[in-house]
Design a protein around this ligand. Structure first.
Ligand code: ADP
Ligand code: ZN
Ligand code: ZN
Length: 726
């Protein structure tokens, strides 16, 4: 058999690649091909040429079309995809598909955005100009077409004054024909507008340190909002652009505001390609293509921009590296920050992680010497840090979560012409049970984890080990009957505020009111103008927006997050508090930050308020180490979803047995935080491993087997490595 055989990554949920014949063809890894698959045709990506196949001769099919003769996906991205496929236990074919924008995934050609154009036929090419001397327009057109043998865009011809009738005449005479032509993409040469600021010492040192690196090294650029991190990014990008290299900048979803974009464009103009979710498919693919071809020297994007192939990368930056939006929460659940670091290693370029509130993962990497810390200790523009204070709300009368003391504070700040900002919890935390009188929390004795309230059944359930008990009527600590489940009722806060402040317009800012890329900008403008003086929102409000007239910021329910079942919730809350503190009082007015809590003495909370985020993080890391949680020990979640509860549980229970037998601790299954969604039941199993190798190896062996269990056909399941939300 002399046929060439190729192994193709086909976008199907199967953990293997497929072999095809490609007689007489020479294909490169990363090129797309169309292949028959079952009754369909799919667009796959060439993985490798193979000498032989295990597939039966009769089943072996032939590639039906070669879409790219040159690889569309760079070798670096192929390597990254291969690693990610193994690490996250996600089929390589699907991972490869994720690396491409939708239009390319569908098999469109990269430069396939074609436009009508005209090209001479052989007859037209042979026609001497002199023959048209008596028809000057025809002669002129012939001359233009002869000078451009690849064809001329119709739009350009019309612009030059050639009429459509004249073009039709040429066609009729058999001299020219209409073709489709891709517009030329022009590489945008390096150009930079000089920076208006002189770097301070810390900034300069950060720039020099990163610029001195050859090959890979990962840095944490730690600095509060306004300390000049972006300025450091811009300088470094400028340096690598001078060498003709490309920069990739990943920002959180909410961070890619028109303001951010404008700032990069002001410095680098047309060299910038921006990739975000509000683009049309066509725009996204064009930006992607400008990056892949090297035409764009600076690529800024949200999570998925990680996968853009770059011919000449020189630097990777992740801004707000702790941000949750870098984790893909469905399908192929990868973490763009973690993979970006790996990409830096593969491509041998430095990686810069920026944050005012670094993730515990990153801080541990710094402690272990894997990442180098660069600090910007001061705000570039001197502004006072606000006063942070706990407001003890034990036994306080609450109106939809608002205490009288807080309402009085709001009134006071409004009276002094300030704006106030109220933060609510992120949705999705499973509610825990707390005593409003003394701050007692219902905890599982076995796990020291907080019980989750299942109101429906009036029961408490340990999210960790699955044990259950009836909901107590009275607080076992102080006897009060005021037991409440945290994290509830905050939605109605807006109504309560409207009752207390009938003359104020209230801005509610959350996922629902900020759809569309410019929505946040419109809110931001309205708030800065003072159209709204009371702002209510989720953590979205804390990021990247500068409201100089906000003098009071309040976190309505710190406990809901600090005592959530999700072990990462305190870290998130601390990040939020720190960011909020960076928001209040940035103008000339001093700010005040108030945290409503029933456990004002909580050690981590105290540390945070007294000594700041870094000290908090130190304490939180110690706790994680004691409990064998990430980043010290890896965890994974196995999720299942089915029409019936038992189906989801059956699969996970069987998986738990198999995992426990292989030395992994599988806890559960337990119902997922949102246990029922769209009529389907969701359950999850938490996996704790001694180390990564063990987790990888055991899952790698189990999943191909599990795929074929009958239980796996009755439930949709997925594995989430390093889950960010429990
Ligand atoms: P971050 O990204 O950490 O929030 P920025 O880089 O956006 O900080 O800087 C905050 C503000 O301070 C911006 O308006 C920026 O232009 C300005 N700035 C940054 N560095 C300097 C500096 N060295 N001297 C003066 N102003 C600076
Ligand atoms: Zn338990
Ligand atoms: Zn009590």
């Amino acid at each position: 058999m002399t046929d060439s055989l190729y192994r193709i990554a086909v976008p199907v949920p199967l953990r293997r690649l497929f072999d095809y014949r490609a007689p007489g063809l020479n294909l490169a890894r990363g090129a797309r091909v169309r292949v028959p698959f079952g009754r369909r045709e799919l667009v796959g990506v060439v993985w490798e040429k193979v000498a032989q196949t295990e597939m039966a001769e009769a089943k072996l099919q032939t590639i039906s079309e070669v879409i790219d003769f040159e690889p569309l996906i760079s070798p670096g991205i192929s390597k990254l995809a291969e690693f990610a496929s193994g690490y996250y236990h996600h089929p390589l074919g699907e991972v490869m598909a994720v690396t491409l924008p939708t239009l390319l995934r569908e098999g469109k050609t990269p430069r396939g955005q074609t436009l009508p154009a005209w090209q001479l036929t052989d007859a037209g090419k042979a026609l001497p100009l002199d023959e048209l001397n008596r028809a000057p327009r025809q002669r002129a057109l012939l001359q233009v077409l002869q000078s451009m043998p690849e064809g001329v865009l119709q739009a350009e011809l019309l612009e030059q004054g050639f009429s459509a009738a004249l073009l039709r005449q040429f066609a009729k005479n058999g001299w020219a024909e209409k073709i489709n032509l891709a517009p030329e993409n022009e590489p945008v040469p390096y150009r930079s507008v000089a920076s208006p600021v002189t770097l301070n010492e810390a900034q300069q040192q950060a720039v020099d340190t990163v610029a001195a690196v050859e090959g890979f090294q990962c840095f944490l650029l730690a600095g509060v909002t306004g300390s000049g991190k972006t300025e450091v990014y811009l300088r470094l990008i400028d340096q690598i652009r001078q060498k003709g290299q490309q920069a990739l900048v990943l920002v959180p979803e909410i961070g890619l505001t028109p303001q951010t974009e404008a700032r990069f464009r002001a410095r680098f103009g047309e060299q910038v390609a921006v990739i975000h979710s509000a683009l049309t498919e066509r725009q996204r693919w064009q930006a992607w293509d400008r990056a892949r071809s090297g035409d764009a020297g600076v690529v800024i994007g949200t999570r998925s921009a990680l996968w853009v192939s770059l011919p000449n990368p020189g630097l990777i930056i992740i801004d707000e590296e702790h941000d949750l939006s870098f984790k893909q929460q469905e399908g192929f659940r990868y973490h763009a920050r973690d993979l970006a670091v790996l990409r830096g290693q593969i491509e041998q370029v430095p990686v810069l992680l920026g944050s005012a509130t670094p993730s515990l993962e990153t801080l541990r990497n710094v402690k272990q010497g894997r990442y180098q810390r660069l600090a910007l200790p001061n705000r570039a523009n001197e502004a006072q840090m606000p006063v942070l204070r706990c407001l003890d709300i034990r036994n306080a009368q609450l109106d939809e979560g608002l205490s009288g003391a807080l309402l009085a504070k709001i009134r006071e700040h409004l009276g002094n012409d300030g704006q106030v900002l109220l933060f609510l919890n992120r949705r999705g935390f499973a509610p825990t049970l707390m005593c409003h009188a003394c701050g007692w929390l219902a905890e599982c004795q076995r796990c020291e984890a907080h019980y989750t309230v299942h109101r429906q059944f009036r029961r408490l359930r340990c999210h960790h080990c699955g044990s259950e008990r009836p909901m107590p009527q009275k607080c076992p600590h102080c006897g009060s009957d005021k037991l409440l489940s945290l994290g509830q009722g905050t939605e109605r806060i807006e109504e309560a505020l409207a009752r207390h402040f009938p003359n104020e317009k209230i801005a509610r800012i959350d996922r629902d009111t900020t759809r569309g890329r410019d929505a946040m900008q419109r809110w931001s403008d309205a708030i800065r103008r003072g159209d709204y003086r009371i702002l209510v929102g989720t953590q979205m409000l804390a990021k990247g927006h500068d409201f100089p007239n906000v003098t009071l910021a309040a976190l309505v329910d710190v406990d809901g997050a600090f005592f959530a079942t999700d072990f990462r919730a305190p870290e998130r809350m601390a990040q939020l508090i720190t960011q909020v503190a960076g928001r209040a009082g940035r103008g000339d007015k001093p700010g005040e930050v108030i945290l409503q809590t029933r456990q004002p003495e909580h050690p981590l909370l105290q540390t945070l308020l007294r000594d700041g985020y870094d000290a908090f993080a130190e304490g939180a890391l110690n706790e994680r180490e004691q409990h064998g949680l990430p980043p010290f020990q890896p965890i994974a979640l196995m999720r299942a979803e089915a029409g019936k509860v038992e189906q989801a549980f059956a699969l996970l229970s069987k998986a738990a047995q198999a995992l426990n037998a292989s030395g992994i601790t599988a806890l559960g299954p337990v119902p997922a935080p949102a246990a029922k969604r769209q009529g389907r039941f969701r359950a999850q199993l938490m996996l704790e491993a001694a180390n990564r190798g063990q987790l990888q190896q055991v899952l790698g062996a189990l999943l191909p087997e599990l795929e074929n269990w009958p239980e796996a056909r009755r439930a949709r399941w997925s594995v989430d490595i390093d889950p960010q939300e429990m």
